[in-house]
Design a protein. Structure first.
Length: 269
């Protein structure tokens, strides 16, 4: 009897967390096993090609006007009955945590939660206020911060403490950049140069364009043509063998992004 073919699974915006059983895609691949692609311009695979599509902490970086097109493209590459799993920051839980610390007058925890809620939405240079906060040594509420940002936060904190990070103002631009900046300043003024720099950064993909709670994410999925949107835990999924891929939980059992909401939906059969 012929064995059933292995499911085709697509991991979009995988960063450095990927598994060889998946087709892994990222705009800036960190491994030769990752396919380079800018999915904001379309997912580069044919219709009805995958059984599973997964993306973690990517949808919040997509401009609100483009979210429906992106979700519809995810549906396009799924086979009928296929599963899409989304991981994204949980706005509801973030608001609950913020209100709890505000009412308790927990100064350091409150400061961190305000940064977590707002900084990646409003920052105008890479790292923003979050990076500056994490550079503190000692970090006044390290246990709480790591509880919020999990294994990925531990890795970030270790990299900050292991190597001095140059300030943006110390990074000298190249000759072509300096010539372009001088021309913009000459013809349009210093305000135009600042606006160009901020705009270019804000379109780079680092900032959060929106945050979702379970209601708004379900609504977006249904509007894009998915059905049965269902909240999941990090280790729970309708995807066969999910826990073995270690995309949301490490082999040691640590949550990679504890601040996440996980939701799955299906393409109608």
């Amino acid at each position: 009897m012929t064995a059933a073919p292995a499911p085709r699974m697509l991991n979009l915006g995988c960063g450095h967390r990927f598994h060889p059983a998946w087709v892994n895609v990222d705009i800036a691949p960190q491994n030769p096993a990752i396919t380079p692609a800018d999915v904001s311009k379309g997912i580069p695979f044919p219709d009805r090609h995958f059984d599973v599509v997964y993306h973690s902490h990517m949808i919040e970086h997509i401009r609100v006007d483009d979210v429906q097109r992106f979700l519809q493209d995810c549906r396009r590459v799924l086979k009928p009955g296929g599963i899409m799993r989304v991981a994204t920051p949980d706005l509801e839980r973030l608001c609950d945590a913020y209100l709890e610390k505000l009412r308790a007058s927990a100064v350091s925890d409150h400061e961190w939660l305000v940064i977590e809620m707002l900084d990646q939405t409003v920052r105008e240079q890479s790292g923003g206020a979050m990076l500056e906060y994490l550079k503190q040594d000692p970090l006044p509420n390290e246990a709480f911060v790591l509880e919020r940002i999990g294994e990925e936060g531990r890795e970030l904190l270790a990299s900050i403490r292991g190597a001095a990070l140059p300030a943006v103002s110390q990074q000298r631009p190249g000759l072509r950049r300096r010539i372009k900046d001088a021309l913009v300043t000459r013809w349009y003024g210093g305000d135009a140069l600042l606006a160009m720099r901020i705009g270019k950064f804000r379109l780079s993909g680092e900032v959060h364009q929106w945050l979702y709670d379970q209601l708004s994410l379900k609504r977006a999925l249904v509007a894009a043509g998915f059905c049965e949107p269902t909240l999941r835990a990090a280790g729970e999924s309708a995807i066969a063998g999910w826990r073995e891929f270690f995309l949301e939980i490490t082999q040691a059992g640590h949550l990679i992004k504890p601040d996440s909401m996980f939701m799955e939906a299906r393409k109608p059969a």
